[in-house]
Design a binder for this molecule. Structure first.
Ligand SMILES: NC(=O)c1ccc[n+]([C@@H]2O[C@H](COP(=O)([O-])OP(=O)(O)OC[C@H]3O[C@@H](n4cnc5c(N)ncnc54)[C@H](O)[C@@H]3O)[C@@H](O)[C@H]2O)c1
Length: 427
């Protein structure tokens, strides 16, 4: 008990330091580890248990795990034991995990429609929060989280981890150095493909899944009630009730990182179109498109052309910053290329002097993506040593781009963002 009180005093001091600003070094007390609770240990959560150990093995302990599928709770217990060397407490209801005073911070890695209630409950319970992208399922829910975060005084990081990737930080620095000149146009894309018997986003459903080991009502949360459906539970990205599909699952990462590289925020407008063109089997009841394009206009004469298709992966993933003096492209989140615009030899000597660049994340930075850095940044922010790079205000900017695309698509209309009123209308 005395140790626990000492630990909490230390963490209170760290939190106060965090509020005072970054770069405040807190003395670490005995037993002064941050206790982490993990809500949602599916695909991302299970991987994250290992990444957190890579990020901050000495600063944190993973003491609690919550999930509504028993198979994943069992898997997480094994994984925590293997990676962290302890047995976590386990919970079916996240409120019970949040009621534990010993839990200082939570990672929320559940389907999109649950982020709102979980993040707000966690902040109100006095926990620091790492919540996966998209911040929330709607624009309005995102504002609720921002309000709860501001009232809480807690650290909150949104899982747009590209911001913590050294490759993207390098790209941003190159833009700031003027290497591509003015940039009015970006092309971003994410292309995927799979065999006919492996439809996009029809992720494997554990063989033992049934209504008694899978808590359907807790999965639904505030989503419309309907009978148990294991496809909806494990393949939630395919249904509007739980996901914005491509817009909020994939596109948000890319609009977010374009914002980061070019210092942009929310676009002025979006026009989106697409449909279900590739995965049309009569038994496939998906709602969300497999073919999607979104055209954004931003202030200052800036245009973002986004496309995503689940029927051909030849071009993979990328963001291409097309400046009038050079191009930066980040491909597959692993390779950064720069090439000057030579204009058939007519470019200025200054532009011609810019050498081509190729950087590779694993080779040059020892990183496969930004996730581990992003976790470390969250923990360091709790310790008062840094500020989070993706607070809810930034996560909301990324999410708004995604929601604008979904709303434009569903309404077959161009959507316009009104920054001062923080709302939208269609034209
Ligand atoms: N940042 C990234 O690059 C990245 C990559 C993948 C996924 N994600 C995000 O991570 C989140 C989870 O995605 P995923 O692919 O792991 O999905 P998933 O379906 O594999 O995992 C979701 C988990 O949440 C659990 N769950 C459902 N309802 C719950 C409840 N009420 N309480 C507790 N647990 C509940 C499920 O049982 C499952 O284990 C999503 O927000 C997704 O967008 C982010």
């Amino acid at each position: 008990m005395a140790d626990e009180l000492k630990r909490r005093d230390f963490l209170r001091a760290s939190a106060a330091a965090a509020l005072a600003g970054p770069a405040v070094n807190s003395a670490r007390g005995a037993n002064g580890k941050i206790n982490i609770g993990w809500i949602g240990v599916g695909t991302r959560g299970n991987a994250g248990i290992g990444w957190l150990h890579d990020a901050a093995p000495d600063q944190v302990r993973l003491t609690a795990v919550c999930d509504t599928y028993q198979g994943y709770i069992a898997r997480a217990k094994d994984r925590v034991q293997t990676v962290w060397g302890n047995q976590p407490d386990t919970y079916l209801d996240y409120h019970d995990l949040l009621a534990q005073p010993s839990v200082d911070a939570v990672f929320i890695m559940t389907p999109e429609h649950l982020h709102h209630d979980m993040a707000i409950a966690a902040l109100r319970a006095g926990k620091h929060v790492y919540v996966e992208k998209p911040l929330a399922h709607t624009i309005e829910e995102g504002w609720d989280i921002i309000r709860a975060w501001k009232q809480s005084g807690k650290v909150c990081q949104v899982g747009t981890q590209n911001r913590s990737s050294s490759l993207y930080k390098k790209a941003r620095a190159m833009v700031q150095q003027g290497m591509i000149g003015d940039c009015h146009y970006v092309r971003a894309f994410w292309y995927r493909n799979s065999a006919e018997n492996n439809p996009a986003w029809r992720y494997a459903i554990p063989a033992d899944t049934n209504p008694s080991n899978t808590d359907w009502n807790r999965f639904l949360g505030n989503a419309p009630k309907r009978p148990f459906d294991k496809h909806r539970y494990f393949q939630w990205r395919l249904y509007w009730d739980y996901s914005g599909g491509i817009s909020t699952d994939l596109l948000v990462h890319q609009t977010d990182i374009v914002n980061f590289m070019l210092n942009k925020t929310v676009p002025l407008s979006c026009m989106a179109s697409g449909g279900i063109y590739r995965w049309t089997h009569p038994d496939d009841d998906r709602d969300t498109p497999d073919t999607f394009s979104a055209i954004y206009e931003y202030a200052d004469r800036f245009h973002l052309n986004y496309s995503c298709y689940f029927g051909n992966d030849h071009y993979g993933y990328g963001e291409q910053l097309c400046g009038n003096e050079g191009t930066i492209e980040v491909l597959n989140r692993k390779d950064l290329y720069f090439a000057p615009e030579l204009l058939n030899g007519k470019a200025s000597e200054q532009v011609k002097a810019r050498a081509v660049v190729h950087l590779n994340g694993p080779r040059d930075f020892g990183e496969s993506d930004g996730a581990i850095n992003h976790f470390r940044n969250f923990i360091n922010a709790i310790l008062g040593k840094e500020e989070v790079i993706a607070p809810p205000t930034v996560g909301q900017q990324a999410a708004i781009s995604g929601h604008m695309a979904t709303l434009s698509f569903k309404n077959s209309k161009k959507i316009v963002w009104n920054e001062s009123a923080e709302n939208y209308h269609f034209v």
